[in-house]
Design a binder for this molecule. Structure first.
Ligand code: PMP
Length: 383
């Protein structure tokens, strides 16, 4: 019966009755999405009331955890990578083709969900120190998961290198059906272009073009570059700021043009050796996606783990917003930027994923939240 949308008549007990047109019209006017792909993008822009009140700036956050496939901004990227590969006939549904990716989690989860919906297999390589929830979720989505020891990028067993190798092995093996596609989120243009075409224009439209700054962490750099390339074209004076966790070289890349500050000996503190509970952002190498927009990034702000954990608690206590580590880093940095800019400015950032994906790591040592605590933003920034 659902297929007969255009039928205007139907037979009931031998009598032909007419079906009023408005029934069909109503159905067609409804807000129905075409599968999970239809639930990607157009995420709400939320005013974070507590932070806005406390800073005197309007702090707005794009609720990217509401993307409906893998529940993070990586849905946009994964869909763009897959659709581009289909257009170029590098992927054919239900032919045994497998998508391979090296990811700390979010991109893998988005790819795994979209692969399920489109008849591909997903094979995900990830570091084994990421929150267990992410690999558990990948397995439930039917992805094959390889968890490997964190290693520097020069090591062939490093998770991104391993994913590339696995894709090559698949394609070379004539006994295996289909081909291997290496999604390559760190280097492919399809990453920043997804944000250039989606996240950036959405922020511009949702704010009516009225914003003073955009601030975000970078994992591949796709988000900050894509949004920066779009926004700066429309609003040359908008400030683009990077939020960076401990152990990442991007802060120095933005501030001084080099990855490592010789004084800090940052180069010896590889990201994978730094004991941080923040996942998904911060890198110690140059990627095409970060470089695509790097010259448009005006400044960088460091955020400690302690600040991020305290902010995550604050957001639950004050606003009922339960987020993961990179979102908390973004919010700390947004508050620091508000302090720098002074009251009356409008700052946009991103809430990347839910705290549910970080229970066993980022949220692990946090006391249950009772009533409101007396922690102030000044104390959070001081921690
Ligand atoms: N937040 C989370 C949770 C992520 O997994 C990532 C990407 N790894 C980012 C933020 C950063 O996004 P991008 O790769 O576009 O820089």
């Amino acid at each position: 019966p659902f297929k007969q949308r255009t039928n205007r008549t139907a037979s009931s007990h031998g009598t032909t009755i007419s079906i009023p047109d408005e029934g069909n019209e109503k159905r067609n006017k409804g807000d129905i999405r075409e599968g999970i792909e239809g639930c990607i993008g157009n995420t709400p822009l939320i005013k974070i009331k507590s932070l806005s009140e406390a800073t005197g700036c309007e702090i707005l956050a794009k609720a990217e955890f509401l993307n409906g496939a893998g529940n993070s901004p990586k849905d946009r990227v994964a869909l763009n990578i897959i659709e581009l590969a289909e257009k170029e006939c590098r992927l054919v549904p239900h032919s045994g083709d497998t998508v391979y990716e090296g990811t700390v989690g979010s991109t893998g989860i988005s790819l795994a969900a979209i692969c399920r919906a489109r008849g591909y297999k997903a094979h995900i390589c990830m570091p084994d120190d990421m929150a267990r929830e992410k690999s558990d979720l990948l397995l439930k989505l039917g992805a094959e998961v390889e968890r490997v020891r964190p290693a520097p990028i020069v090591d062939q067993k490093q998770f991104v290198n391993l994913a590339r190798t696995r894709a090559e092995e698949h394609t070379a093996d004539l006994n295996r059906p289909g081909r291997g596609l290496f999604a390559d989120q760190f280097e492919t243009e399809a990453n920043w272009r997804a944000h250039f075409a989606g996240t950036g224009p959405e922020i511009y439209n949702q704010t009516g073009g009225h914003l003073d700054a955009f601030i975000s962490g970078a994992g591949t750099g796709g988000t900050i570059s894509g949004v920066a390339l779009f926004l700066k074209q429309k609003l040359p004076n908008v400030k683009i700021v990077l939020a960076d966790p401990p152990g990442s070289g991007l802060y120095n890349r933005v501030k001084f043009g080099v990855m490592f500050d010789s004084k800090e000996r940052e180069g010896t503190r590889r990201r994978h050796q730094v004991d941080t509970v923040v996942e998904g952002i911060g890198i110690n190498r140059v990627t095409n996606n970060f470089e695509a927009g790097r010259e448009l990034v005006d400044d960088a702000i460091r955020v400690t783990d302690e600040q991020a954990i305290a902010m995550a608690r604050w957001l639950v206590e004050q606003d009922g917003i339960f987020v993961g580590s990179s979102s908390a880093v973004n919010c700390v940095a947004a508050v620091k930027l508000a302090e720098q800019l002074g009251p009356g400015h409008r700052i946009v950032t991103l809430l990347c994923d839910s705290g549910a994906r970080h229970l066993s790591k980022f949220w692990a040592n946090t006391e249950p939240i009772g009533g409101k605590t007396d922690v102030t933003l000044a104390q959070i920034l001081g921690s």
